[in-house]
Design a protein around this ligand. Structure first.
Ligand SMILES: [Zn+2]
Ligand SMILES: [Zn+2]
Length: 228
C-alpha cells in the first residue's frame, strides 16, 4: 500500500523541516496553509467578491455534478506540488494525502468509487509514479474505494502548462478511456486531481465516465489556481 510506503523514518515537516510525528507537516505550517474558505458554488475555488461564483466559472459551464478544491495553488503549495511532480519527492504526497482525506470526511459525500486522474504509461515510465494516485494513498487506505484501473489515459498528451482554455480542451480531447463499463454504470464516482486550472482535464474525465454510464461524477482537487 502506497500510504505505508510513503512514511519515511525520522519524519520531518515538508515545509520547515522541523521534527514532527507521523504526518510530515508541523502544526504551524499546517495552520499557515492557504486553505480555501469561500468556495465557488461551481468549481469550489476561492471567491473574493460578494458573489458565490468565481469569474472563471461565469460563462464556462462544467460537466461535473459537484466540485471542491482545498488549497490555493500558490506559494508553498505550488512549490511542494511541483516538487512532488517533477523532483521525485514522493514523501511530499503523504501530508497532502492526509489533507485530502480530512476534506473528504468533512464533505460527507456518498460515493461508490474514487478515481485519481490517470497519467499515460509514457509519463509514468518517465516519472515513475502518478502523483494523483499518491495523494489518494490515505483515501485508499481508509475508504478502500480507490480504483486506479477503471479510467486510463490512452493518449499521451503534451503538458497543459502554458496553453489557454481552448487549446487545453483540444489537447485533452478523447485522452481517457473506461476499461470496464460494468464497474462504472449507475455509480457515483469521485475524481481526484492535484491541480485545477481551467477544469479541462477534469471535464474530459467526467465526460468519459458519464459516457460509460456513471450516474454522477464529483470532483475533489487538492489545489486550485487562484482566479483574480
Ligand atoms: Zn513545519
Ligand atoms: Zn468557480
Amino acid at each position: 500500500m502506497w500510504y505505508k510506503m510513503l512514511i519515511p523514518s525520522g519524519v520531518k515537516c515538508i515545509i520547515c523541516g522541523a521534527e514532527c510525528n507521523g504526518t510530515a507537516l508541523c502544526p504551524d505550517c499546517y495552520n499557515s496553509l492557504p486553505f480555501i474558505h469561500n468556495h465557488c458554488r461551481v468549481c469550489g475555488g476561492e471567491v473574493y467578491g460578494e458573489l458565490d461564483i468565481c469569474d472563471d466559472c461565469v460563462g464556462n459551464p462544467h460537466l461535473y455534478d459537484r466540485c471542491h478544491c482545498v488549497l490555493e495553488y500558490d506559494g508553498v503549495v505550488r512549490d511542494k506540488i511541483l516538487a512532488l511532480k517533477n523532483n521525485h519527492k514522493k514523501y511530499i504526497a503523504l501530508p497532502l494525502s492526509d489533507i485530502l482525506m480530512q476534506e473528504y470526511g468533512k464533505l460527507g459525500w456518498n460515493v461508490d468509487i474514487i478515481v485519481p486522474v490517470p497519467i499515460h504509461d509514457n509519463r509514468r515510465k518517465e516519472r515513475g509514479y502518478n502523483q494523483s494516485e499518491l495523494i489518494c494513498s490515505r483515501l485508499s487506505n481508509d475508504t478502500g474505494l480507490v480504483d486506479t484501473n477503471i479510467l486510463t489515459r490512452v493518449v499521451d498528451t503534451p503538458h497543459q502548462t502554458g496553453l489557454d482554455r481552448a487549446n487545453r480542451k483540444k489537447n485533452i480531447h478523447s485522452a481517457f478511456k473506461v476499461s470496464d463499463r460494468s464497474k462504472v454504470k449507475g455509480k457515483t464516482i469521485l475524481v481526484i486531481d492535484d491541480i485545477y486550472t481551467t477544469g479541462s482535464t477534469i471535464d474530459e474525465c467526467v465526460k468519459t465516465l458519464k459516457k460509460a454510464g456513471a450516474n454522477a461524477v464529483y470532483v475533489l482537487c487538492l489545489s486550485r489556481t487562484p482566479v483574480k
